[in-house]
Design a protein around this ligand. Sequence first.
Ligand code: UT7
Length: 331
Amino acid sequence: MLAKYNAKIAGTGMYVPDKILNNFDLEKIVETSDEWIRTRTGMIERRVASTEQASSDLAYEASLNALKSAHLRAKDIDLIIVGTISPDHPFPSTACVLQHKLGVKHIPAFDVSAGCPGWIFASSIAKQFIENGTYNNILVVGVEILTKITNYSDRNTCVLFGDGSGAAVFSRTESTDIALIIDSEIAADGSYGDILIQKAGGSRNPATEETVRENLHTVYMEGNKIFKLAVRSMYHACDIVLKRNHLDVKSIDWLITHQANMRIIEALGRKMKIDKKKVIVNIEKYGNTSSATIPMALDESIKSGKIRSGDIVLMASFGAGLTSGSLLVRI
Ligand code: UT7
């Protein structure tokens, strides 16, 4: 598609709950160890939402921060897209709840269910809407409260997940502006749907006493099957956008991948032959926050001054679906 306009990231924000769950806390809950978690995943601690907090509450705080950094008010936003697999409710969408919290009406708002790449998928949609001239400013949020759908008797999964939200404002920009959304790529392979799944609560297995008793409302994951697919699919998503834009890895200033496992991040880095210093990692602080990992890492890195104006950032994610995607931007 020939773009009529350019899009850029005008501002970013994040929010995490105060409560910290560290590896030593997990040692008291399941048969695990700080040593196993650190060496097998790179995680040290993660954040946990309070019983009162729902995903829209985290999304609201991250959105306010993103709006502030974009020097915009909620009324300037034309569309809200939320990537999440842990919405406030199956319906209405968390984006509609967020729209109401932000005090704006008469703008569209919807969720994207694309697993961990939810924010990348949402960004790809936002990019199109700006490039074709439909909207000027779009709020794109990734948010999860995975700890409320985690089985804390399953050590294979419960040590991995945390809660948080990251947001970005995508805006129409002048062709002279250095900041630009360069490209994005999204993909899915539903044949792997059963290796990362919330088995009950939908129309296949509606909630019953039995589904609750059998923990079917929590995350089911066959971790080591996903591991290899994760590296392969993120590599592919990165390779496509680099080739399409006649760039090589050396042209990339920063790589931000989904923060699911330090060993996956390192394996991808090796496969891409990218300088380790260019790979942004915050998995030790937040664990796997699914669709929030990338916008959170992006915001932290911009706010800390690591990522600067003009830097080229390549982002890549993969997750339930199985889905994968990449986003290439100049900040
Ligand atoms: O974001 C969505 C996408 N998800 C992912 O990207 C997850 C990808 N997968 C992974 O990150 C890794 O596969 C895990 C971290 C989930 C697991 O690491 P692994 O190196 O693949 O371990 P494994 O599943 O092959 O298990 C190895 C051993 C097993 O023991 P045995 O059978 O060898 O005696 C597990 O029971 O490690 C054991 N184990 C644990 N031990 C201590 C599994 N979880 C734990 C634990 N603490 N928490």
